[in-house]
Design a protein around this ligand. Structure first.
Ligand code: PXP
Length: 237
């Protein structure tokens, strides 16, 4: 059965909109685990737009499933990963101007430098995943770099509106997963998955884990709305 790792970044996005103490992504992580999530994911960005260093510290202490730290392959981030020891480190590209991660890491182009980062993390006995587009060459480069996992980027599949194109994107994901498995990589997938488009990806052979954030946080904010309003009314009426 495919596992769900819940990305709690956007709970922190709401908190940071007011530079407040609530909502706390740590509380969201605990609730997600109680609801059956088998992993918690966060992305510590260089600009700290959502997750903060304090969150990383506390998440590491309280998460009892599997903690996945997404990060850029920089020296600063490597130090933080070594300090806090997430159960898995996922290397992602990062641009300060982007709203969200825009694509997979170009492992083909940066094979040597990414390989060196993986070596450093492996030397600290950390498990490493690389976020890659569903392209055979990228999967092969990730295997040559000795990644433990790849996380296949489902962003294009999720964005595509036309059915034929979506089927083509799904096929690319299937082929990438098959190639990864053949090369001994473990396979995750994620980005842009939601309640409408997730099922076909969950059925892709070899995919053992899905990483989902925005859609779950978006739904949580609405399905909890009635109760939140009722609780406030009960205080003032
Ligand atoms: N996987 C990676 C590598 C990501 O960067 C993100 C977004 O932070 C996700 C999965 C989750 O994407 P979404 O928030 O669209 O579910």
């Amino acid at each position: 059965m495919v596992k769900l790792s819940v990305n709690v970044d956007h709970i922190a996005t709401i908190r940071e909109a007011r530079k407040s103490h609530e909502p706390d992504p740590v509380a969201a992580a605990i609730l997600a685990e109680l609801a059956g999530a088998l992993g918690i994911t966060f992305h510590l960005r260089e600009d700290r737009r959502h997750i903060q260093d304090r969150d990383v510290e506390i998440l590491r202490k309280v998460c009892t499933t599997r903690l996945d730290m997404e990060m850029a392959a920089t020296e600063d981030m490597i130090k933080i990963a070594i300090k806090h020891r997430p159960d898995i480190v996922t290397l992602v590209p990062e641009r300060i101007e982007e709203i969200t991660t825009e694509g997979g890491l170009n492992v083909v182009k940066n094979e040597k430098s990414i390989g060196r980062v993986i070596q450093k993390l492996h030397a600290e006995k950390l498990v490493v995943s690389i976020f890659v587009d569903p392209e055979i060459d990228q999967v092969r480069a990730a295997a040559r770099d000795r990644a433990d996992f790849i996380e296949i980027n489902t962003g294009k599949y999720a964005e595509t509106k036309k059915e034929k194109e979506r089927a083509r994107e799904l096929f690319s994901i299937e082929k990438a997963a098959m190639e990864g498995q053949k090369l001994g990589l473990r396979i995750a997938a994620g980005h842009g998955l939601n309640y409408v488009n997730v099922k076909p990806v969950a059925r892709v052979k070899g995919v053992e884990e899905l990483n989902i954030g925005h859609s779950i946080i978006a739904r949580a904010s609405l399905v909890g709305m009635e109760r939140a309003v009722r609780e406030m009314l009960s205080l003032i009426t």
